[in-house]
Design a protein around this ligand. Structure first.
Ligand code: PHE
Length: 358
């Protein structure tokens, strides 16, 4: 078919069919544009036919022109249909490739948990809090006066060797070095001294203002084995009033242990001991009647009636302020509660160990 010849109707149909077949063959938009150029481009079949109309008479132009136009529209329709089909296929491919499985569980942040020592610590505060004890906090770098001397343990006293500690290169008013506190007992002095000042007017007027406080916190000693760490935790207890006796200590401590360990099957034993700031003094041992630790006496606390000189050092009258103090190992209590046999596991920071308590 040359440009000058008018195409027959069947030739046009064949052309449309060939175009549609070529478009259908095009697998990509680029292939399709190439195929399009062959029919609709500047030198494409249909364009050439259009140009050929110029040579025809007006009558023929009308008839043939309309037929060619129809064919051109049919080719354009086939082209557009194929374009749309390719675009749809591409979209489907993309959706498939970027598919989101919304049924997969989301990525979660690992939930943290409290350290077993913190768990024990919070429990202790909660239990003593329910018995009317205040909770106090104080410095870990302590002066010689609060850590030793005010507690009946002056320089060169033999009892100092019971608590070897770390010293800080800094001196207090008495020329003594500051130390990392070896126990929470200095909080007895700090809290009671503040109490005496705060209630001075009432106390001078002869009114009683009891002291009932616990002071949990970090303590330090030169010690390191399966049951001792250079840093450990203690909780101090102090109850001073007009008629507070060892009997109250026993009741309070037994109550505490039963709640802390969640068992009534528990015995308490007071074993005579020595501390420069209590008289008499006792170690408190507990014994479980059942469970893996049943039958063994386990030491959990030092205790005693607060020494009159210590009460005087607090700025209080030892004739009026009588009572007990205790100092218990929080880590020790946590070990017993959670069945941990090596104290060092608490401080190694091994997540596999810690996870068990979260
Ligand atoms: N502070 C003592 C210790 O750490 C324990 C204690 C506290 C004893 C209070 C008696 C009274 O060993």
């Amino acid at each position: 078919m040359s440009a000058s010849e008018a195409p027959s109707a069947s030739e046009l149909d064949t052309l449309v069919a060939r175009a549609a077949a070529a478009f259908a063959q095009a697998g990509t938009p680029a292939d399709l544009e190439n195929a399009k150029a062959q029919y609709l481009g500047k030198t494409g079949h249909l364009t050439t036919l259009m140009k050929g109309l110029a040579a025809l008479s007006v009558e023929e132009k009308k008839a043939r022109g309309a037929a060619i136009n129809q064919a051109k529209q049919a080719v354009e329709a086939a082209l557009n249909a194929r374009r749309q089909a390719l675009a749809d296929a591409e979209l489907a491919r993309q959706l498939q490739a970027e598919a989101l499985d919304v049924t997969l569980p989301g990525r979660q942040r690992g939930a943290g948990g409290l350290h077993p020592v913190s768990l024990a610590w919070e429990r202790i505060e909660q239990i003593f809090g329910s018995m009317g004890f205040d909770v106090a906090d104080g410095p870990e770098i302590e002066s010689d006066w609060f850590n030793f001397t005010a507690l009946g343990n002056p320089p060169n006293h033999p009892a100092r060797s019971m608590q070897d500690t770390f010293y800080v290169d800094m001196q207090d008013a008495d020329g003594q070095p500051y130390c990392l506190r070896t126990h929470t007992s200095p909080m007895q002095i700090r809290y009671a001294t503040a109490h005496a000042k705060r209630h001075a007017a009432e106390l001078t007027a002869g009114r009683m203002r009891e002291i009932r406080v616990i002071a949990p916190g970090r303590t330090y000693r030169v010690d390191n084995d399966a049951t001792h760490s250079p840093m450990f935790h203690q909780v101090e207890g102090l109850w001073l009033g007009e008629n507070v006796s060892f009997k109250d200590l026993k009741a309070v401590y037994l109550d505490f242990c039963k709640t802390f360990f969640e068992t009534d099957d528990l015995a308490l034993r007071f074993r005579p001991s020595y501390f420069p700031f209590t008289e008499p003094s006792a170690e408190i041992d507990i014994q479980f009647q059942s469970g893996p630790l049943a039958g063994k006496w386990l030491e959990v606390s030092g205790s005693g009636q607060v020494h009159p000189q210590v009460v005087r050092n607090m700025g209080l009258d030892p004739e009026r302020f009588i009572g007990f103090a205790f100092g218990s190992g929080i880590d020790r209590l946590a070990m017993l509660r959670y069945g941990v046999s090596d104290l060092r596991q608490f401080f190694d920071g091994d997540v596999r160990f810690l996870q068990q308590f979260a």
